[in-house]
Design a binder for this molecule. Structure first.
Ligand code: SF4
Ligand code: SF4
Ligand code: SF4
Length: 317
């Protein structure tokens, strides 16, 4: 089969049209969100990224976010690891190689673009007691400021530390994160601004199932270039944003996480406690369990992580 990024971009229009036709069907059933087989995703090939920050700029401009103190042309900011916040839904970080191993590609730093992963079974939505965040059937995890009461449980629950809060806005503060440009996909099948602007075609937008196939094809046909792992295929029950890299992912800012979606664990606890009218206790138990299921285990697993051979058959973890 002949596959290329262009082939997948060709699918992007129809995938985006899928978002349009299926609308914003809620996917918050207690058994876990019901995600469409046509749900969209984005594959980030970090081996192509040169850290130009054009994706950051395009995202800020599309969403009317403020200009940063340092201009987007200033690349020294990449030397310090950053997180997305309420003024930047996506940031690019730079990681120097830690393990040369057998991969020739590791001779230069890896640049990694971060944003909300749009988890298949999102902890943020599970922790939100008023349903202000929800997973749509077609991929994006979206936020409704009208419902939000500002409790910020979503921030505690997210295993990727993504939701940010407008602390500086005393009148009408909102939670902020990458929207997957959902409103634009819905309107006219427009690509996410970051994917559209990227001069290196780091991001491929399309159906998640097609992207997984494309990622496997890339790994198979580029021996020595990638670790044999598609980040986000299984982590926390799968995510809409997927990553390829030439470094083990925990070396480039992506935490090592289990494949079980934290909400599947926490909702079991929640339902048990709520049945006995222990709502406040239930809430704290849910948040505690999410923290345990994500951050705590991730830290332990990271400590124990051994970097394995990165040949095509070997790969990471
Ligand atoms: S625009 Fe593309 S190449 Fe530039 S930093 Fe973003 S992802 Fe990397
Ligand atoms: S990365 Fe965090 S904020 Fe984004 S969908 Fe997943 S849990 Fe929610
Ligand atoms: S998908 Fe849209 S909101 Fe998300 S990082 Fe890209 S440009 Fe920003």
């Amino acid at each position: 089969m002949k596959l290329s990024r262009r082939h997948f971009l060709g699918l992007a229009g129809s995938a985006a049209a899928g978002v349009l036709t299926a609308g914003s069907d809620d996917a918050t059933a207690s058994a876990g969100p019901s995600v469409s087989p046509d749900a969209v995703g984005c594959l980030v090939d970090t081996t192509l990224c040169v850290g130009c920050r054009k994706c950051e700029q395009a995202c800020n401009e599309r969403h009317g976010l403020p200009k940063p103190q340092e201009s987007f042309e200033e690349l020294t900011v990449l030397e310090n690891e950053r997180r997305p916040d309420e003024t930047s839904y996506t940031v690019v970080n730079k990681y120097y190689p830690k393990n040369i191993g057998s991969l020739t590609w590791r001779e230069r730093p890896t640049f990694v673009k971060f944003q909300c992963m749009h988890c298949n079974d999102p902890s943020c939505a599970s922790a939100c007691i008023v349903g202000a965040l929800h997973k749509t059937r077609n991929g994006p995890v979206i936020y409704d400021p009208e419902k939000c009461i500002g409790c910020r449980y979503c921030m505690v629950a997210c295993p990727f530390q993504i939701p940010a809060y407008e602390y500086h806005n005393p009148v009408n503060p909102e939670v902020r994160k990458c929207t997957f440009c959902f409103e634009y996909l819905k309107k006219d099948g427009e690509l996410p601004a970051c994917a559209k602007i990227c001069p290196r075609e780091v991001m491929t937008f399309g159906r998640r199932t097609d992207l997984l196939e494309f990622a496997r094809w890339k790994i198979k046909n580029n021996p020595g270039r990638y670790v044999n792992h598609i980040y986000g295929e299984h982590e926390v029950g799968g995510t809409s944003w997927l990553y390829l890299a030439s470094e083990p992912f925990q070396n480039i800012g992506l935490p090592k996480l289990g494949s079980k979606a934290p909400p599947r664990l926490t909702e079991t606890i929640q339902h048990g406690l709520f049945r006995y009218f222990a709502a406040p206790i239930g809430l704290y138990a849910v948040l505690g369990a999410i923290m345990w299921a994500t951050g705590f285990t991730a830290e332990k697993e990271n400590d124990a992580c051994v970097v394995e051979d990165t040949s095509e058959e070997g790969g990471e973890s």
